[in-house]
Ligand binder design. Sequence first.
Ligand code: TIU
Length: 221
Amino acid sequence: MTVSVDALPAPINIDWSRTALLIIDMQRDFLEPGGFGETLGNNVSLLAAAVGPCRAVLDAARAKGILVVHTREGHKTDLSDAPPAKLDRGDPALRIGAPGPMGRILVRGEPGHDIIPALAPLPLEPVIDKPGKGAFFATDLDHVLRNRGIEFLLVCGVTTEVCVHTTVREANDRGYRCIVVGDACASYFPEFHAVGLRMIAAQGGIFGWVSDSAKVTAAMA
Ligand code: TIU
């Protein structure tokens, strides 16, 4: 059975039994001071706006029994999965793997790599550790989703124009129908957030659909 969800560029009929909620990189490294996001020169407080809407969609998805998949951007402790082109950027004291107040920056197992407590995964919710910006690159995400018969992805997280966009583009090319929950995403650059959402829904939905947490949770109720 499908339900119509109000979205841009047009409403979309969603089958919840074939839907996953994909929460992108809601990690301390991006949302809290002292992590990777701040080392890049960003005001990390700008991402806080997405937490409440993410939580609302997460609660609704759990209540409905929808598959919830979390992602985390980060690298192995030996950094063997990090390309030099990614490692070599910025002040060496603040680079990926350098020590910071939340442990080594963007390294798996460190406190900064954790998902923020408000959105902590439950034990049976898949957590995809990814070395890149896109959640399909060098991960088993596609396998996880296909094993569960997933066709629709509700996408939330940070940042809109970087990891959310890269993942939605990858998903769209793989045949998934992506519904980006606009207010449950955020960017260090409000103008990139706004135009990033417009880019998804433009041209008849070139990458997918854009909705918001109120519309999505109402349709799930
Ligand atoms: N998760 C994610 O978006 N990674 C980034 O590096 N984003 C930035 O905006 N820098």
